[in-house]
Design a protein around this ligand. Structure first.
Ligand code: 1GP
Length: 252
């Protein structure tokens, strides 16, 4: 089960590292190579998904990864069409930073029968988009405005609202390929004030940034684009996440 692993990281003030693979950008054959790289680097989770998928190879990609690795595969779906029982768990995203009813509850109602039948571990996720300095695919597709990057108090109140609604985890995302990742100030403000695990991603390009995010209190750091460009970053980034420590070391 994946959620207990997230919760253990939070309880122990630790951090894990998740590689995000977009099935549109990686071939099923390369997923086997990725599986081996992730094993060697002790990556904690493989996230799979994209805001917009053109190719229909999600299931094949997961199958190929699983021939090489036992690392849990967690769906991070851009739409209900990306839900597949081949994964281990599903981030059941509600876009709580937005005011688009379809992404708060509408698509969930429509896809409920499919999600129930999937047998996946469902992880209720308060998904918060933060302005990353450029229009990202997710803000365009979701038709929502991200939270301004310099408003950690809005991020915190949004995270609190998600926690009060019973979400299992909060995901702070600057969007894939963000020019500016979520600030450590925002991460620590949220992490220090919620009881549930915090996932952070979007525009993280260096092991140093991974470390800084973990030091600020991120329990899971997610990297996609930078690893697509240079898969050799996986090892240093995973090491940086595992060396991260409690948010008490960071002051605002
Ligand atoms: C995006 O958090 C993920 O939703 C990862 O973003 O591809 O920029 O690493 P990157």
């Amino acid at each position: 089960m994946v959620l207990p692993q997230f919760q253990a990281l939070k309880a122990q003030n630790k951090s894990g590292f998740a590689v995000l693979a977009d099935p549109d950008k990686i071939s099923p054959a390369d997923m086997q190579h990725l599986g081996r790289l992730c094993n060697n680097a002790s990556v904690d989770f493989l996230f799979m998904g994209g805001s917009l998928l053109m190719a229909h190879q999600m299931e094949l990609c997961i199958q190929r990864f699983k021939t090489e690795s036992d690392i849990p595969v967690v769906l991070f779906p851009g739409s209900p069409a990306q839900v597949t029982p081949y994964a281990d768990a599903l981030l059941y995203l509600s876009l709580i930073s937005g005011r688009n009813p379809d992404l708060l509850i509408g698509q969930h109602v429509a896809s409920a029968p499919q999600v129930k039948a999937s047998g996946l571990e469902v992880i209720s996720t308060g998904y918060i988009l933060v302005d990353g300095g450029a229009a990202t695919t997710v803000s365009y597709i979701s038709n929502t405005q991200p939270i301004p990057a310099d408003k950690p108090e809005i991020a915190l109140c949004t995270a609190w609202a998600g926690e009060l609604q019973g979400k299992h985890v909060i995901y702070l995302d600057a969007g894939s390929g963000a020019r500016r990742p979520v600030s450590e100030q925002m991460i620590s403000r949220v992490a220090e004030n919620i009881e549930i695990p915090l996932i952070v991603g979007g525009g993280i390009c260096t092991p140093e940034k991974v470390f800084a995010n973990c030091a600020a209190g991120a329990n899971i750091v997610v990297v996609g684009n930078a690893i697509e460009r240079d898969p050799m970053l996986i090892r240093d980034m995973a090491q940086a996440a595992h060396a991260g420590y409690s948010s008490s070391t960071v002051t605002e």
